[in-house]
Design a protein around this ligand. Structure first.
Ligand SMILES: [Zn+2]
Ligand SMILES: [Zn+2]
Length: 195
């Protein structure tokens, strides 16, 4: 494995698990801890990771530092609580205002995207989009794009939410499919100030 491939693999692993030990990475990738240290250096320097005791943890870019504070799809200002971030090779990150725009963009970047991170609607913890549950078309109004798409860490939570507030629970794949099909030929809509 080339160093660049290894760094992408490290990025994937950490995006998934959030925190990893150097020793774990060395075992998984079959290289020495020295090599892992060398691989991690640029990722730490560019602010993607922070060092922890014996390992590294993913660092989320604070809003004011995020390269894009506007949605890549609809250009609306990003509300951090709903943000959907797509991690691309070479430390590029694209930010969408909410899972609605996030899934549209993620679909377009399908081949390239390493990972996407979104927030659990209830706990505000970050979650890996690929394993998240999505609620589409709920009655709760979150003030972003229509049809609304909310992300949840756990399917059970999404199901409970739907019992109370309506909508349909989808897996990542289904949500992306539905979202893109519904959006075909339409631009995303935003609440007008009078609504
Ligand atoms: Zn948007
Ligand atoms: Zn939005």
């Amino acid at each position: 494995m080339f160093p660049a491939e290894r760094r992408n693999r490290i990025r994937e692993l950490i995006a998934d698990r959030h925190t990893m030990k150097i020793s774990e990475l060395s075992k998984i990738l079959g290289v020495s801890e020295m090599t892992i240290h060398r691989d991690l250096k640029p990722l730490i320097d560019e602010g993607y990771l922070t060092k922890t005791f014996g390992g590294v943890t993913i660092k989320y870019i604070p809003i004011h530092k995020a390269a894009e504070n506007h949605c890549v799809v609809c250009h609306k200002t990003v509300n951090e609580k709903l943000a959907y971030r797509i991690i691309l090779p070479d430390s590029k990150i694209e930010t969408a205002c909410c899972p609605h725009c996030g899934l549209i963009r993620h679909h377009q970047l399908r081949e390239k995207a390493i990972q996407a991170i979104c927030y659990d609607f209830l706990n505000q913890t970050t979650t890996n989009a690929a394993s998240a549950a999505f609620v589409v078309d709920t009655s709760i109004h979150v003030g972003c794009c229509q049809p609304q798409v909310l992300s949840f860490n756990l399917k059970e939570h999404a199901e409970k939410f739907v019992k109370g507030f309506g909508g349909t629970v989808y897996t990542f794949e289904k949500a992306m499919e539905t979202n893109n099909r519904d959006m075909h030929g339409q631009s995303c809509t935003h609440p007008s100030p009078t609504s």
